[in-house]
Design a binder for this molecule. Structure first.
Ligand SMILES: Nc1ncnc2c1ncn2[C@@H]1O[C@H](COP(=O)(O)OP(=O)(O)OP(=O)(O)O)[C@@H](O)[C@H]1O
Ligand SMILES: [Mg+2]
Length: 250
């Protein structure tokens, strides 16, 4: 579903991604962990074109989003094609990014109406189903300011799902939340995984990575240091940097 090869990204002289390769199969849940500043968010942002890459190749469901020619020039297809490919992925951010001036329902239907051109009654029906799924039907007509952090994040997940993506990207969805609110968001994510949603999750939640992810990847200093099936990753980390990081997380 996602195939990232040798991704390179610089901000000025700072090489933030130094040849990162990772693929995610259909229905697979992959957790990405690593210290602050290691490039995890940048990697996710490149996958749905919130950042452009300086080198490498990104393929989403068999379609090339970005590639690099023999001269090292990075190419993207035409804008409409980029938008179509990026619509296959939905993204959830640490800070929810809900529209404060729209109700919960309006937050969910905004993009389907405006971007997908879906009929209003279809979008509303879809949104109501998703609000029920994340347990927030009662908040349908509330504004985000009236919700807890955990509720906001569940709305953000429902909003991403409302675009019917095939792949969900999560960037530390619980790190702005208190522990008790973290649980309800992780529960929603676990349910999505059980429904075989393809998920790439940047997280500091080692419990979630261990229990829900099929595979765990460790990034440090702009490189993907190692990846392995979750049980193996935690039981036998191969690299000293991975071991040191896992120690620091205990
Ligand atoms: N827009 C930007 N301009 C310049 N530098 C940036 C930009 N975005 C990120 N960086 C730098 O790139 C590096 C990687 O950042 P990134 O946000 O990807 O790390 P991260 O692994 O997600 O960290 P965290 O766990 O703190 O979220 C950092 O050194 C950061 O300062
Ligand atoms: Mg980050």
């Amino acid at each position: 579903m996602i195939d990232a090869r040798d991704l390179r990204k610089r901000f000025g002289h700072h090489e933030v991604l130094r040849g990162v390769s990772l693929s995610v199969a259909r229905g697979e849940v992959v957790a990405v962990i690593g210290p602050s500043g290691s490039g995890k968010s940048t990697f996710l942002r490149c996958l749905n074109h919130l950042e452009t890459i300086d080198g490498g190749q990104i393929t989403i469901e068999g379609e090339v989003l970005a590639s690099t020619d023999a001269q090292g020039h990075c190419r993207y297809p035409a804008e409409a094609q980029v938008r179509r490919i990026c619509a296959k992925t939905g993204m959830v951010f640490q800070h929810f990014n809900l529209f404060p001036h729209l109700t919960v329902l309006e937050n969910l239907i905004e993009a389907p109406l405006v971007v997908q051109g879906v009929a209003r009654d279809v979008a509303v029906a879809r949104a109501e189903k998703l609000l029920d799924k994340v347990g927030l039907s009662a908040k349908r007509d509330n504004y985000p300011a009236r919700l807890s952090g955990g509720q906001k994040q569940r709305v953000a997940i429902a909003r991403a799902l409302c675009m019917e993506p095939d792949i969900m990207l999560f960037d530390e969805p619980t790190s702005a939340l208190d522990p008790e609110l973290t649980g309800e968001v992780l529960r929603t994510m676990r349910e999505l995984a059980q429904e075989h949603m393809t998920m790439l999750v940047v997280t500091h939640e080692m419990g979630f990575a261990r229990e829900v992810a099929h595979r765990v990847a460790f990034m440090d200093g702009g490189e993907l240091i190692e990846q392995a099936p979750a049980a193996e990753f935690f039981a036998q980390p191969r690299h000293a940097r991975t071991r040191a990081f896992l120690q620091s997380m205990l």
